[in-house]
Design a protein around this ligand. Structure first.
Ligand SMILES: Nc1ncnc2c1ncn2[C@@H]1O[C@H](COP(=O)(O)OP(=O)(O)O)[C@@H](O)[C@H]1O
Ligand SMILES: [Mg+2]
Length: 190
C-alpha cells in the first residue's frame, strides 16, 4: 500500500495487486460493482480508480488518515475508547450494506477496517475485498465452499468438514462471526 497524490494534489491510497494473485477475480468484480455505482456507502472505502493492465493491476482508494483499526488503536487509544460504540455500529452498517448487495466479505478483521478522521470523529470504512464473494442477483443458492480468510477470525463452519467428500459449506453469516471477534478486539484494546 502506497500513499500517493492524484492529479489534483489530493492524497490517495494506491494498492498494487500481484499479477498472479487469486484476488484479481474478486477485485474485477468489485471494480464492476463500483462502476455501476453500487458500492456507494459512507462506511465502505471509496474506490477511485482501477488500473488493470496485462501484468500490473493497481487500485486507487480514498486515503484513510487513521489507518486500520489496530493502527488507530495504537496511535489514538483514548479516541477509540470514547468512540467504541460508534465504530462498532458503523462497521455493522458497512457489512449490512455489503450483505444486502449479496457480497460476502470473508475477511472481516481490524486490519481491514479503516478509520477516516476528516469529520472530527472516527469514521469507519470497510476495505480489502480481495477474497470477497459476489453472488449474482438471480443465484438461488449462496452457499460457499472455499476455505479462505484469516484463521483466527474464522467461524466454526470452517471446521465442519463433510465426512464423505472433505468439503465445507458456509454462508455470508461467517462475516457476522468475524464481526463479533472484531468487536471483542475493540472492547479489549489496551
Ligand atoms: N485507503 C487506505 N488508507 C489508509 N491505509 C490503508 C488504506 N488501504 C489499506 N491501508 C493499510 O494497508 C493495509 C493493507 O491493505 P489491504 O487493502 O487490507 O491489503 P492486504 O491485501 O495486504 O491485506 C491495511 O491494513 C491498512 O493498514
Ligand atoms: Mg487486508
Amino acid at each position: 500500500m502506497y500513499k500517493a497524490l492524484d492529479s489534483n494534489g489530493c492524497t490517495v491510497a494506491a494498492k498494487e495487486i500481484d499479477k498472479d494473485h487469486n484476488s484479481r477475480g474478486a477485485l474485477r468484480e468489485i471494480d464492476n460493482a463500483n462502476k455501476q455505482r453500487k458500492l456507494n456507502h459512507e462506511n465502505i472505502v471509496k474506490i477511485l480508480d482501477v488500473n488493470n493492465e496485462e501484468d500490473e493491476m493497481w487500485m486507487f482508494l480514498e486515503y484513510c488518515d487513521g489507518g486500520d483499526l489496530n493502527t488507530y488503536s495504537r496511535n489514538h487509544f483514548q479516541e477509540l475508547k470514547n468512540n467504541q460504540l460508534r465504530v462498532m455500529k458503523e462497521t455493522a452498517k458497512g457489512l449490512h450494506f455489503l450483505h444486502k448487495l449479496r457480497i460476502a466479505h470473508r475477511d472481516i478483521k481490524p486490519e481491514n477496517i479503516l478509520i477516516q478522521t476528516k469529520s472530527g470523529s472516527p469514521q469507519v470504512k470497510l476495505t480489502d475485498f480481495g477474497v470477497s464473494k459476489f453472488h449474482s442477483e438471480d443465484a438461488t443458492c449462496s452457499a460457499m465452499h472455499t476455505n479462505l480468510g484469516t484463521h483466527t477470525y474464522k467461524a466454526p463452519e470452517f471446521w465442519n468438514v463433510d465426512q464423505e467428500d472433505g468439503s465445507i459449506t458456509y454462508y455470508k453469516n461467517v462475516d457476522v462471526y468475524a464481526l463479533g471477534l472484531t468487536y471483542l478486539a475493540i472492547l479489549q484494546a489496551k
